[in-house]
Design a protein around this ligand. Structure first.
Ligand code: ISL
Ligand code: CA
Length: 543
C-alpha cells in the first residue's frame, strides 16, 4: 500500500458555509467546484467534505437520513460526480465524512425500528426503563441524559449526541454489513477515503450504569474498546482494495490509544485526530475557558510528536473556535496566525487546514444566543438555564467555545455578505470581512494566505520536513523550539509566542521568517517565527 496521504495537505470544507452558488444563503457543491482553482493554487492535495448526505440538519449533516443521497440543499449526485472529476483534474482527491456511530432518527432504519417486531429493531439500542427510570445513568456529549423516550415504541433509545442522532448497535452484525456497502458505494464513485466521525466509540460493551464522572459518565463502556478495533479492521479490508485513506476522529484518546488505532501493522486507521492539544486552554472540556498557556499546547504537541508515529496536524475544524482567536496574540494577530501556520507545516504529520484558517478568520462577532444555531451550544444553554445560570453568564461561557465560531460563512471578498452569497446567509457573516477576506489577501504578497502558499511547497519539497525526526528544544510560555532532523540536514523551528522580543541560541541559515526578514541574528520580534536550516557537516549542537 502506498502512503500517498503522508505528503499531502488536507483542506476541510464545511459545505454549508463555504460558497453559495445560487443565492439561497447555503453553501453548495457547485460553489465548491467554483473554488477548486483557488484550492489548487493553495497547494492542497486532499479535500475533506463535512457531510453532504441527505439530512434533516439537526446537527448540520452529522445526522444522516440517507447515506446514498446528496442533500438537495447542496446539489445532486451529478454535482458530486463533477466535483470528484474536476478535483481529480487538478490533482486533488476528495474524501467524505463517514458518520456511522449514529443515524438521524429520520433514517428509514430508525423509523422501521420503532416497531418492536421490525427486523430493524436491533439496529439501534432500544431499552425499557425500569420503574420509571432511565435505562442507565450515562451522559451525552451535548449535555444531559443520552436516552430519549419514543411513545410509539414505549421504550427509550440511546443517543450519545443530540436526541435526533440515534446510536447504531454494532452487536447486530447486519449494521456493519450495511456500512460496508455504503463504503463501496462512494469508493466506486471515486472517493479517496473518509474522515471517520467519533469512530472510537462504535462498540458499546454493555449498557450498565457507570460511576459518575465530571465529563461523560458511561464512557468507560465505549471508548476505544476491542469491539471497535475489530470493526475498524473489517472496514480497512475494503479501503485497502481501493488504496483509500482514513483519518479517525477519536475522542478522549491518549497517545497509547492513538497508536493502537493507527499503527500501520494493526491495519485500522491511517491516522487519528487527538484532542489533547485542543484542550490546553480549557479546564473542563468546553465549558470554562481559562487563559491560553503556550507551554501547555507545546507540551501536548511534543508528546504526540514523540509518541505517535504519524500525526494529524490541526488547530481548527468545524467544532473548534478559531485558532487565531484562541492561541494568537491580540496585539499581533497576523504575525501569530503566521506563526501558527509555521508550526502546522513544520511538525511531523499530515497538516489539515480548516476553511478560512488560511486567511485568519476569527471567532464570530455575535452578541447573543439568538444568533447561534449550533445544537451543542443550544443544549448547553438550555442546561445552564435549567440550573438558573443568568443569561449574561451563560453567554460568557458559551461565546468563546461555541462551534458556530468556526461556522460563519467563508469571507471571500469585500462585497456584501463577504461574497459568500447574494442572498441571506444561513448564519451571520463576521463583520470583519471588510479587512479579513480572500480577495484582498490574494493580491497582497505579505498576506497570511500568501504565507501559506510559501509554507506548503516548502514542506512538500523537503524530505526532512516531511519525514525527519522530531526533537523538542525548548518548551516555555514564550518560546516553542524544535528540530526536524533528516539525512545530511536539520531544520530548527523557533516560535516566539510572546508579545516581547526574545533572544534565542539557535543557529542556521534563515529559510523563512513570518516577518518577511531575510536576516536572522538570534533575536526574535514579538510573535516572530523562523525556520532555520543547517547542513549536518556544519552542524553545531545547540541547546
Ligand atoms: O464538539 C466537540 C468538541 O468541541 C466534541 O464534543 C464533538 O461533539 C465530538 O468531537 C464529536 O464530533 C463529531 O461528531 C458529532 C458532530 O456534532 C461533530 O460536528 C463531529 O465533528 C456528532 O456526529
Ligand atoms: Ca446554495
Amino acid at each position: 500500500m502506498s502512503e500517498w496521504w503522508k505528503e499531502e495537505v488536507v483542506y476541510q470544507i464545511y459545505p454549508r458555509s463555504f460558497c453559495d452558488s445560487n443565492g439561497d444563503g447555503i453553501g453548495d457543491l457547485p460553489g465548491i467546484i467554483s473554488k477548486l482553482d483557488e484550492l489548487k493554487a493553495l497547494g492542497v492535495g486532499i479535500l475533506w467534505l463535512s457531510p453532504v448526505y441527505a439530512s434533516p440538519n439537526e446537527d448540520n449533516g452529522y445526522d444522516i437520513s440517507d447515506y446514498r443521497a446528496v442533500n438537495p440543499e447542496y446539489g445532486n449526485m451529478d454535482d458530486m460526480d463533477r466535483l470528484i472529476a474536476e478535483a481529480k483534474e487538478r490533482g486533488i482527491r476528495v474524501i467524505m465524512d463517514l458518520v456511522i456511530n449514529h443515524t438521524s432518527t429520520a433514517h428509514p432504519w430508525f423509523q422501521a425500528s420503532r416497531d418492536p417486531a421490525s427486523p430493524y429493531r436491533n439496529y439501534y439500542y432500544w431499552r425499557e426503563g425500569t420503574n420509571g427510570k432511565l435505562p442507565n445513568n450515562w451522559t451525552g456529549f451535548f449535555g444531559g441524559s443520552c436516552w430519549a423516550y419514543d411513545d410509539r415504541s414505549r421504550a427509550y433509545y440511546l443517543h450519545l449526541f443530540a436526541p435526533h442522532q440515534a446510536d447504531l448497535n454494532y452487536h447486530e452484525p447486519k449494521v456493519l454489513e450495511e456500512v460496508k456497502e455504503i463504503l463501496r458505494f462512494w469508493l466506486d464513485r471515486g472517493i479517496a477515503g473518509f474522515r471517520c466521525d467519533v469512530i472510537n466509540i462504535l462498540w458499546k460493551d454493555s449498557l450498565q450504569s457507570s460511576p459518575k464522572k465530571a465529563v461523560l459518565t458511561g464512557s468507560d463502556h465505549y471508548l476505544s474498546l476491542e469491539g471497535t478495533h475489530r470493526i475498524l479492521r473489517e472496514i480497512r479490508n475494503i479501503l485497502d482494495e481501493y488504496d483509500a485513506f482514513t483519518v479517525g476522529e477519536t475522542v478522549f484518546v491518549d497517545t497509547k490509544q492513538a497508536c493502537d488505532l493507527s499503527a500501520p501493522e494493526r491495519r485500522e486507521l491511517n491516522m487519528v485526530f487527538g484532542f489533547e492539544h485542543m484542550e490546553c486552554d480549557q479546564r473542563i472540556v468546553k465549558w470554562f475557558k481559562t487563559d491560553f498557556h503556550p507551554a501547555r499546547l507545546a507540551k501536548a504537541l511534543s508528546r504526540w510528536q514523540q509518541q505517535v508515529p504519524w500525526n494529524t496536524l490541526y488547530l481548527e475544524n468545524h467544532d473548534q473556535p478559531r485558532s487565531v482567536s484562541r492561541f494568537g496574540s491580540a496585539r499581533y494577530p497576523i504575525h501569530s496566525a503566521k506563526l501558527l501556520a509555521t508550526m502546522l507545516f513544520t511538525l511531523k504529520g499530515t497538516p489539515f487546514i480548516y476553511q478560512g484558517q488560511e486567511i485568519g478568520m476569527t471567532n464570530f462577532d455575535f452578541t447573543s444566543m439568538a444568533q447561534v444555531q449550533d445544537v451543542e451550544s443550544r443544549n448547553i444553554d438550555a442546561l445552564l438555564r435549567s440550573w438558573h445560570v443568568p443569561a449574561r453568564q451563560r453567554w460568557r461561557m458559551i461565546a468563546p467555545t461555541s462551534r458556530d465560531n468556526a461556522r460563519t460563512p467563508m469571507q471571500w471578498t469585500v462585497e456584501p455578505q463577504a461574497g459568500f452569497t447574494t442572498g441571506t446567509p444561513w448564519l451571520g457573516v463576521n463583520g470583519n470581512y471588510r479587512f479579513v477576506n480572500y480577495a484582498s489577501q490574494k493580491e497582497n504578497p505579505d498576506s497570511l494566505l500568501n504565507y501559506y502558499k510559501q509554507l506548503i511547497p516548502l514542506r512538500r519539497g523537503s524530505e526532512t520536513l516531511l519525514f525527519g525526526s522530531f526533537e523538542p528544544l525548548r518548551i516555555s510560555d514564550e518560546v516553542f523550539a524544535y528540530r526536524r532532523v533528516g539525512t545530511g540536514e536539520a531544520y530548527t523551528v523557533v516560535l516566539n509566542f510572546s508579545d516581547k522580543p526574545q533572544r534565542v541560541p539557535y543557529v542556521g541559515e534563515l529559510v523563512l521568517s513570518n516577518y518577511g526578514y531575510n536576516r536572522y541574528d538570534g533575536l526574535l520580534q514579538p510573535c516572530e517565527s523562523v525556520i532555520l536550516r543547517e547542513r549536518m557537516d556544519d552542524h553545531v549542537k545547540t541547546k
